[in-house]
Design a protein around this ligand. Structure first.
Ligand SMILES: O=C(O)CCC(=O)C(=O)O
Ligand SMILES: [Fe+2]
Length: 362
């Protein structure tokens, strides 16, 4: 799909920079051709993405509040450069190497939502992302958890979230990635959202400079405006998840959506909306980590919606003045007992869980 770039406030901003002195038309064409790194998009098409940020859009800094909001509303995502101080990113990396990587036990994981031990790539990267950094057992992961939460609730993060949501946000989920699971294209709203569907915003925190072939995060700009089937009935997550995945691919194809994978340097953060189709690209540079946190924020006045069907009660603590929901919080004895059953009787636990989810999404 060709974008109406000449009406885009972001393009106007770019046109003002010294780097972009060509005509509006020529400049837009030039930028589009400047991504030099060839890679396949999720549809198997060869695309070119920027290898580094000097080949990319300049995007925004935190002080551009009005432009951030406008670009986000229009495109369903926005990049804020240099949001998080590099020192804090380094602390998280060090804590990950010291506390998390050598840990031999089970941790809840993003892809399955089940407790699993680490799976490693041939290059020694942790392949199965961590789910809910805020619920990790502090006895084992205190530094990593602290550094992660410091980024996700940083005063600058809170300001960005407030700009996007037009009110303070609260965290309902988070993740941490080291190796690349190549996340298939999806919208988060199918799994979680604010009660007012589409209001949730999520953030991808680059903890180091992300190499173009390390599993870059991609988004399909403007896909947040497309209405898709809801979770439930023939598209329920428990028994028809594969059908939903296929639907997303069809929507991308039918609307001829453009896949973008911005170059993110350490401390840059990409925000996207609950309905924006996103995921991560294939790995073609397997030696490079794609160290990143993600966090999902709903407006603080909003209730939390799961599977587009049920309101979930939140179990919040306050970190740096921001509310953080802790699902399956391993600081609690009762949750540790469930965790024990999940790790010792995984099959039985999964069957019961599937049936319970079907019962609520029917
Ligand atoms: O970074 C990724 O691979 C996917 C992250 C994601 O889908 C999310 O946090 O919602
Ligand atoms: Fe997602």
């Amino acid at each position: 799909m060709t974008m109406a770039r000449d009406q885009n406030p972001f393009d106007l901003l770019l046109a003002r920079t010294a780097k972009n002195q060509a005509s509006e038309q020529g400049d837009a064409e030039g930028r589009r051709g400047r991504g030099r790194f060839a890679i396949h998009d999720p549809m198997g098409e060869l695309i070119h993405i920027p290898a580094a940020d000097d080949e990319d859009y300049t995007y925004f800094s935190l002080r551009d509040a009005g432009a951030i909001r406008q670009y986000y509303d229009e495109n369903g995502y926005v990049v804020i450069r240099g949001l998080i101080p590099g020192g804090l990113c380094d602390q998280a990396l060090t804590a990950f190497e010291r506390e998390v990587k050598p840990y031999p036990g089970h941790i809840y994981r993003q892809t399955t939502a089940n407790p699993e031990r680490h799976a490693f790539t041939d290059w020694g990267l942790m392949l199965n992302p961590i789910l809910n950094v805020q619920s990790l057992d502090t006895r084992n992961f205190s530094r990593f958890k602290e550094a992660g939460l410091a980024m996700l609730t940083h005063s600058r993060t809170q300001e960005a979230v407030r700009t996007i949501l037009a009110e303070p946000g609260k965290i309902v989920q988070s993740m941490y990635f080291d190796g690349n699971p190549a996340t298939w294209p999806h919208q988060d709203t199918y799994y979680l959202d604010a009660e007012d569907i589409g209001r949730m915003t999520a953030a991808w925190f680059a903890v180091l400079d992300i190499a173009p072939g390390a599993g870059r995060f991609f988004i399909y700009p403007k896909s947040h405006r497309i209405d898709m089937a809801k979770n439930g009935g023939n598209f329920d997550i428990a028994f028809n998840h594969a059908r939903y995945k296929k639907l997303v691919v069809e929507v991308i194809r039918n609307h001829q959506l453009e896949c973008r994978a911005p170059a993110l340097r350490q401390g840059d953060v990409l925000f996207w909306s609950a309905k924006t189709i996103h995921g991560s690209l294939e790995t073609t540079q397997p030696r490079f980590a794609r160290s990143s946190f993600t966090a999902h924020y709903i407006p603080s006045s909003s209730r939390f919606l799961q599977y587009q069907t049920r309101i979930r009660r939140l179990n919040c603590i306050t970190v740096n003045g921001m509310e953080v929901h802790r699902p399956k919080d391993l600081a609690r004895q009762s949750q540790r007992a469930i965790f024990w059953i999940e790790t010792h009787y995984p099959r039985t636990f999964q069957t019961v869980k599937k049936l319970a989810i079907k019962a609520v999404t029917r």
